[in-house]
Design a protein around this ligand. Structure first.
Ligand code: CTP
Ligand code: MG
Length: 177
């Protein structure tokens, strides 16, 4: 396999739990918001109605299920076997990154659903990486090499945009971003 193709495949493979957790949160989302509808000192919602317990639990569960499947079918480079710690960290981290982003969006006065280019597309990547690094630093450093990181940063905004346009048309998402 051409080295560049191998890097792209490995990047997508490694990120798959996070890539699944983020959109499935939108599918399962709804119900009680994580901030319980409460406001911050600035009078704005802490997180807003777009961050719900169902989205968090459903998204994390889907990401973890995909990771467990990857662990079963992995055949070796570029389809490496992810550790369960990494799978859980990437899934939860993706959703935590999205939640932290919403917290700051509200503090800067952006309403729920307001688009922030690049931030909306990479929040979950940052969250997934930070939590994976905290939970399993050895695995993270060995696998998320510079070429992998650069590939993810380039490919994710494209995938994210495509997914959200689909999500918008099937009425899972209110906005196409
Ligand atoms: N969602 C959820 N719980 C989460 C994450 C997402 O319920 N933890 C659902 C919500 O229905 C949300 C949709 O997925 O509206 C799309 O997610 P996102 O674009 O991240 O939220 P926004 O509604 O755009 O809110 P924000 O401005 O806070 O990003
Ligand atoms: Mg949004």
């Amino acid at each position: 396999m051409l080295p560049i193709i191998s890097v792209v495949i490995k990047a997508l493979w490694l990120m798959l739990p996070a890539y699944i957790a983020n959109p499935t949160a939108a599918i399962f989302g709804g119900g009680k918001p994580i901030d319980f509808g409460k406001k911050w000192h600035d009078g704005q919602r802490i997180l807003g109605d777009g961050k719900t317990f169902r989205g968090l639990a459903g998204g994390a569960a889907c990401g973890i299920v995909i990771g467990l499947l990857e662990m079963q079918v992995a055949t070796g480079e570029p389809f490496v076997i992810p550790p369960i710690t990494g799978v859980i960290a990437l899934s939860f981290g993706a959703l935590l990154g999205d939640i932290v982003k919403s917290f700051f969006k509200r503090r800067f006065g952006y309403e729920r659903g307001a688009g922030l280019p690049l931030v909306d597309q990479l929040d979950f990547v940052a969250g997934a990486w930070v939590l994976a690094y905290i939970v399993d630093p050895k695995w993270f450093i060995e696998n998320f090499t510079l070429p992998i990181i650069i590939t993810v940063l380039i490919v994710t905004p494209i995938l994210h945009r495509a997914t959200n346009i689909i999500g918008y048309h099937i009425k899972v998402k209110k906005e196409p971003w």
